[in-house]
Design a protein around this ligand. Structure first.
Ligand SMILES: Cc1cc2nc3c(=O)[nH]c(=O)nc-3n(C[C@H](O)[C@H](O)[C@H](O)COP(=O)(O)OP(=O)(O)OC[C@H]3O[C@@H](n4cnc5c(N)ncnc54)[C@H](O)[C@@H]3O)c2cc1C
Length: 583
């Protein structure tokens, strides 16, 4: 059941307590409660996702964050690689977490990404081949919203059809689709077509797969918590419940601290802050995401002793890895003026057009019209040439030949900061997806309601800057194909004059933000290793009773959007918990 108030909670002791009803947390909640003898409480700080237009309607996803009631409203620390700029870093403050507010791209990453996770963690269970079972448990490939045959847009052989989370291809044709495809023919050497980037080999350009069902968002809240699951008598979910600290005890003279008590605060506006404690008989599972999971560990005495001492927090486990090792993807948008009036820009410029598109969406099921997809109907994953000069200075940081250095996303609309209120645009996003830079998250307050310090360190190395520059130049080459000759008018003013490498670099540093893929802040490492935060079975090293299942355990950001990877980790993570408890 879903509760809006602490007064509805049926009790204070559960087998498992899951901190965060986000992307990963709801998977774990679903899988653990398959066994009706197991009781689970999910504590979610945020609000309900139900009936929120900007969450449900795919094309409006870009309105759901940042700086809304569904966002944690975080701001990053000044970014050295970006001339000291700061920007908002969106995180879903809502049931479903980021899966309720993200841009719905479904990309698994390459076989190389996972095989590297297996080798880093020393656990072959994290390899591409061994995770296929979990990929299929997550995915339910469904027809696109307009019911057309997706044949030719994906490889049916590699998809799951009986999982829980819906995946599909775009259900509304846009004016740029065929031109992108024609460019992959015209310039097939540099920009090959890839029928399906979820086969293990991501390289090339093809159709975007999206977590959408019948033209509406499919999130962990709409899928893993659909009525048949959320109505299980052993599953309890409390909204507006922000966990503020975990408490440890030492059981029977044991040397390690055992974490079974969770303190939370009901945080609805206007309510006085009251703390409540709940207890897990078996385990506490942290699924609060890449920023809040390490924040909670530190607030609870697990972290770098020097930092904790400085704040007067008693260190229970000195582990300097907590919050470190963050990797993320710099996002760069390259908008072009176009000659068409069939872009999505007018929808965002003209309130009556938007209202009529929303009316069409509401009046139809499966939903119809231009709002049924995310912004990028095609995208691609590309590598630097092998003989690039940068490889003399840096070993290739990508996971292998099936993983890319940069990504393109093609959007039939202006994307970027300060969108103009008139005109028609094409945007080619060029994102750095195998970064060398590492950032961190830490705390400078013992107050759990103060945001942690978030430093993704974007464009923090020469390698990342080199890729950013080459990717922007590559986007220009793509746009110079004859397929665009009668369509693209020219680059938008923000980058029109950036032609030399130095000018392009300055443009990248002036405009880059994050594509919100931070991972690695509670990284897994081999059992017994002196580094890392969790073992390959996702148990927090050096303590008992505590596991982490969310993006923070992923050691290195995949050359992919991260939600599918989080779902896959959460599916296997759930099985590891069930196996440990024989449930
Ligand atoms: C705007 C945006 C667009 C994105 N677009 C894409 C995309 O198109 N494709 C893609 O693959 N990925 C995308 N991502 C990234 C992807 O969604 C995330 O990597 C992934 O969903 C993270 O999952 P998680 O379970 O680690 O964290 P989350 O889904 O963030 O879950 C954490 C949950 O814990 C809750 N929580 C946090 N702290 C506490 C606390 N103290 N007490 C109680 N609850 C707490 C949060 O409210 C949240 O519900 C996007 C992300 C954003 C923000």
């Amino acid at each position: 059941a879903l509760y809006e108030s602490v007064s509805q909670l049926p009790g204070w002791i559960y087998d498992f307590i899951i901190v965060g009803g986000g992307t990963a947390g709801n998977v774990v909640a679903n899988r653990l409660t398959e066994n009706s003898a197991v009781s689970v409480l999910v504590l979610e700080a945020g609000v309900s996702d139900r009936g929120v237009q900007d969450i449900e309607i795919p094309l409006l996803a870009s309105l759901a964050t940042p700086n809304t009631a569904y966002d944690w409203n975080y701001t990053v620390a000044p970014q050295q690689g970006l001339y000291g700029r700061v920007f908002s870093y969106a995180r879903g403050y809502v049931l479903g977490g980021c899966s309720s507010v993200n841009l719905m791209v479904y990309s698994r990453g390459s076989s190389d990404d996972y095989n590297r996770y297996a080798s880093i963690s020393g656990d072959p269970g994290w390899s591409w081949d061994n995770l296929q079972y979990y990929i299929k448990r997550n995915e339910r490939f469904t027809p696109p919203a307009d019911g057309h045959s997706p044949i030719g847009q994906y490889d049916p052989a590699v998809h799951g059809y009986s999982g829980i989370n819906s995946v599909t291809v775009p259900g509304y044709p846009t004016v740029i689709d065929q031109r992108v495809l024609r460019t992959t023919q015209e310039l097939s050497g540099d920009f090959p077509f890839n029928l399906d980037m979820n086969t293990g080999n991501t390289i090339g350009i093809g159709w975007t797969q999206e977590t959408i069902l019948d033209g509406a968002r499919s999130s962990s809240a709409t899928s893993y918590l659909e009525p048949q699951f959320i109505n299980r008598p052993n599953l309890h979910i409390l909204l507006h419940a922000q966990v503020t600290q975990l408490f440890a005890s030492k059981i029977n003279g044991s040397k390690v601290h055992s974490f079974h008590t969770v303190q939370f605060s009901e945080n609805r506006q206007g309510l006085p802050i009251t703390n409540y404690n709940v207890t897990a008989k078996k385990e506490v599972v942290l699924s609060a995401g890449s920023f809040n999971t390490p924040q909670l560990l530190m607030l609870s005495g697990i972290g770098n002793k020097t930092v904790l001492d400085g704040l007067g927090i008693k260190t229970l486990l000195d582990n300097p890895w907590v919050g470190q090792n963050m990797s993320d993807h710099p996002l760069i948008t390259n908008p072009f003026y176009v000659s068409s009036n069939q872009t999505f820009d007018p929808i965002f410029h003209n309130t009556s057009l938007l209202a009529s598109d929303i009316a069409q969406w509401n009046a139809t099921y499966p939903h119809e019209g231009p709002l049924v997809d995310g912004r990028g109907t095609l995208l691609g994953w590309l590598r630097l040439p092998n003989n690039s000069s940068i490889f003399q200075k840096y070993p290739d940081p990508s996971a292998g030949p099936h993983s890319s250095h940069y990504e393109f996303i093609f959007a039939n609309v202006f994307a970027g900061s300060s969108p103009p209120s008139l005109g028609n645009y094409l945007t080619i996003f060029s994102n750095v997806v195998s970064p060398v830079a590492r950032g961190y998250v830490t705390i400078n307050s013992t107050n759990p309601f103060v945001q942690p310090i978030i430093n993704p360190n974007l464009l923090g190395t020469d390698f990342d800057v080199y890729v950013a520059v080459e990717a922007i130049k590559s986007a220009r080459r793509f746009a110079n194909a004859s397929a665009w000759a009668d369509y693209i008018v020219g680059p938008y003013e923000t980058w029109a004059n950036a032609t030399t490498d130095a000018e392009i670099e300055a443009y990248a540093r002036r405009t880059a933000t994050s594509i919100w893929h931070a991972v690695g802040t509670s990284t897994m490492s081999p059992r017994g290793a002196s580094w890392g935060v969790v073992d390959p079975d996702l148990r927090v090293k050096g303590v008992s009773g505590l596991r982490i299942v969310d993006a923070s355990v992923i050691p290195i950001v995949p050359a992919a959007h991260t939600q599918a990877v989080v779902y896959i980790f959460a599916e296997r993570g759930s099985d590891l918990i069930k196996g440990a408890w024989k449930i």
